[in-house]
Design a protein around this ligand. Sequence first.
Ligand code: SAH
Length: 519
Amino acid sequence: MSARDRHQSVSRVYLVGAGPGELDLCTVRGRDLALDCDVLVYDSLVPPELVQQSRATSKLYVGKTRDGHALTQPEINAALVRLACEAPGGRSIVRLKGGDPFLFGRGGEEVRALLEAEIPFEVVPGVTAATAAAASALVPLTDRDFSAGVVIVTGHRRGESSESLPWRHLVGCKMTLVFYMALRQLETITRELIAHGMGAETTALLVQEATLPGQRIVHERLERIAERASEVGLRPPAVLIVGPVAALFDQTGVAVARPLAGCSVLVLRPSERRYLELNRLRDMGARVFDPPIVRSVPSFGDGSLQELRRKVSSADLLVFTSALAVHLFDEWRRHHDALPLVPACWGVRASVRAELERLGFGAPTQAASAEDDVGDLSARVEAARRAGCQRVWILGRGASERRLAAVRAHALDVRSVQLYRQNTLALPNDIVAALSEGRIDLVLFISSSTVEAFGALVDGLERAVVEGLRFVAISEGLAFRVRERLGVDCVAPSASGLDELIELAASTLCGASLDQVKV
Ligand code: SAH
């Protein structure tokens, strides 16, 4: 076997640091590996978007569960070794960890297990919580006027209490101290620091969920910080920064330049569509969750192909209700040699007509009014009738009564041809939790298929949760359906389009986001 063959046939493990939680703060290498791996083994503090977007065929969660259960470290080590050994070869296994794998992530223990089992591995560093928190609070950890260095300490030691830390040295070194896992031990930490000679007035900062929408910063004298943390209900993950540099904390908010920092947006989409345009919301600082909520399944099996051919050749006008319907139709047509002649085509929205044009099914000639797709359809059908059209087939997921009636009103024969049906997918647990805990600010609707699926989901949530959300839809027609199905208010941009939707989402969010950034 050549060296190259051997290289390709052996499974590899990558210990990847995912950064502090914000998707963009994972390194490019780390992200690429996580997206393209075969097996993903991950913890709770990694960006959920990365797990969701990963193409891994197997995703193994090894963090703590809600009832406190977790795999032990030896079990995780054994799982990594087993996954690498049992694999058919050449698989890539990504072990995704929060922050940096070698700072309190027990990455060392995993590396030792891999070395022992002679499994090839690589470590990809990540942005650790200390530097992420420092950047968020604008605290230069080693500002040369105040501190010659930084000491990274754990507030919680395996099998020992934090009382056993070398407090005299920590205080005597006169460097910035950053404590991880500090919340539960806060009183002990502050008591020991003061008892070993650190000034009770020394500035301390607690940064909760640095870089994430739940980020909160508490700024206080060392002797009071434990009390303040419990007053404001700070929760993990958080780091404690102690030392004169902490006094440089930016309290003006000037540093928070990204207008949507602290906001979370849920985008509902069918599994076959990804809206990359929405990265603009991410660039503005929002956290965007975009889980697929419906999956389309073509519903014209081989048995009904003849039927479809017969329908298509007998129609005078084909009306498509979605871009997916256009794609499926095109695919179906290209797989059959005796192609039926395709009559005139029309799409119910501008985006569907653009897709028809792109695939060569005739350019739409008529201007659209954007707000009212049924009105547009009616005008198109009337023009067709005057040109001698008698039969109209509506192709898609099954035509709505409103559309069927709009065609019938012109005394034409109309049929609905179902090209696909849609199955509702379950939302990932972390997104359901974010919804029920009120951590989502805005829900975006882009495609009508997702309204019913989301409606079914929120039927299981408390009404107060749904009422606490704000809704924006891409078009007035879709907003109407959201209002009708969910019984909530829903706004739409005056001209329908993704850019317009993003503008409206951003301006809707800006007004309410400012109070969430800091305590
Ligand atoms: N390997 C990780 C640390 C894992 S230990 C790293 O390099 O960051 C877990 C601790 O990290 C938490 O208890 C908390 O103290 C800290 N932490 C992780 N993510 C954090 C975040 N986004 N904000 C604040 N602290 C965080």
